[in-house]
Design a protein around this ligand. Structure first.
Ligand SMILES: [Zn+2]
Ligand SMILES: [Zn+2]
Length: 366
């Protein structure tokens, strides 16, 4: 393809690419669209694997319009891994080279505001203001449901070449689990209660283990919970009996030292506080439509710390090392693999939780 000054390509890149294009709420089309060109500070990446996130399902429903996406047509997807095939101006000297394998992360801060300066770029004051350089890939700008993406080098994590791309495409959700666990501050030997058995619940569990929890109890349901139980942890089905009473019984009345809420339901928000013991830490990353009455008196008198959690700042490199070291497991949770062109089928399976659908790896251009 023709290129602007200062853009280098490592291989022949075609003019058009296959993409899943959202043209209206609930409307997805597989289309050929122009391959984007990398701008200042950006690289062009050939996407090898991309995964479905629960947030994508909500965006597709139209729940977040006009925040996500701000306009149609839009290309979603923010959990992905691929290979650098083009480099825009001002991309040298940042530790990434042509041909490198990289995992994407969705937030690129403006780099100049107070939140970006202190490393909290997930809370960038310039959120959504693309002129400042802020991006949230797959939300406010082009995502990975396509053969190619352009990404700011700030929002990439270098992968070892021997790591399979589908493991790399789980770096973003795994980093959300790690950030949730880190926000709550897990101490060696802690009893950790994870609420939710979806992808973020899985990675909150894996991260709690990696950070030294003594015991992790995952609360969830269905085949997804069975898959987690098969990896060797204690589980509680919310469909059988009273969750809080069961946790009380399992912990000898002490409840959790740490609770990680990932389900984002009214009931699970309630359980987040009710399953938290004295002096406990509670991290919340789900967002329920309806907020329950919380036992605030217990929160005060039992000195609970409550942490909000947004996305996964500064966790991607750590996650890659934890995957490499075997402390965070990905492979057991990849339940489906599809070519990207079968996106609609994959979407429907994910929504129906068919066969415990957890991580679904999609390959563009296949
Ligand atoms: Zn996600
Ligand atoms: Zn900023």
């Amino acid at each position: 393809m023709a290129s602007n000054d200062g853009v280098r390509y490592g291989e022949a890149v075609k003019d058009n690419m296959e993409a899943v294009v959202m043209t209206a709420p609930e409307t997805l089309e597989i289309k050929q669209v122009p391959v984007p060109e990398p701008l200042l500070g950006e690289v062009l990446v050939k996407v090898e694997s991309t995964m479905i996130c629960g947030t994508d399902i909500e965006i597709i429903k139209g729940t977040h319009v006009p925040r996500w996406p701000p306009q149609f047509p839009a290309i979603l997807g923010h959990e992905w891994a691929g290979r650098i095939v083009g480099m825009g101006p001002h991309t040298e000297g940042f530790g990434l080279e042509m041909g490198d394998h990289v995992a994407g992360t969705s937030h690129a801060g403006c780099g100049a505001c107070r939140m970006c300066h202190i490393g909290r770029y997930n809370l960038c004051y310039n959120y959504g203001n693309t002129i400042t350089g802020h991006r949230q890939y797959g939300h406010t700008s082009q995502g990975s449901y396509a053969e190619y993406v352009t990404n700011n080098i700030r929002a990439l994590h270098k992968m070892p070449k021997e790591m399979p791309f589908d493991l790399g495409s789980a770096v973003d959700p795994a980093a959300c689990g790690l950030w949730t666990a880190k926000r709550a501050g897990i101490n060696a030997g802690d009893t950790v209660i994870v609420l939710g058995s979806g992808p973020i619940g899985v990675f909150a569990y894996e991260s709690a283990r990696a950070l030294g929890a003594g015991r992790v109890i995952v609360v969830g349901g269905g085949r997804r919970l069975e898959i987690i139980a098969e990896q060797g942890t204690e589980t509680v089905s919310y469909r059988e009996g009273n969750v809080v009473e069961t946790i009380k019984e399992m912990t000898g009345g002490l409840l959790g030292n740490v609770v990680l809420e990932t389900a984002g339901q009214k009931a699970s928000f309630q359980w987040a506080i009710d399953c938290a013991g004295k002096g406990s830490r509670v991290a919340l990353t789900g967002i329920p439509e309806e907020i329950p009455d919380i036992a605030w008196k217990r929160v005060v008198l039992e000195e609970m710390d409550i942490f909000g959690v947004r996305a996964n700042p500064n966790c991607g490199d750590e996650v890659i090392r934890l995957i490499q070291g075997g402390q965070i497991r990905i492979e057991p949770y990849i339940t489906h693999r599809f070519p990207l062109k079968q996106y609609q089928e994959a979407h429907d399976i994910f929504v129906a939780r068919q066969d415990g659908a957890l991580l679904m790896s999609l390959s563009p251009g296949k």
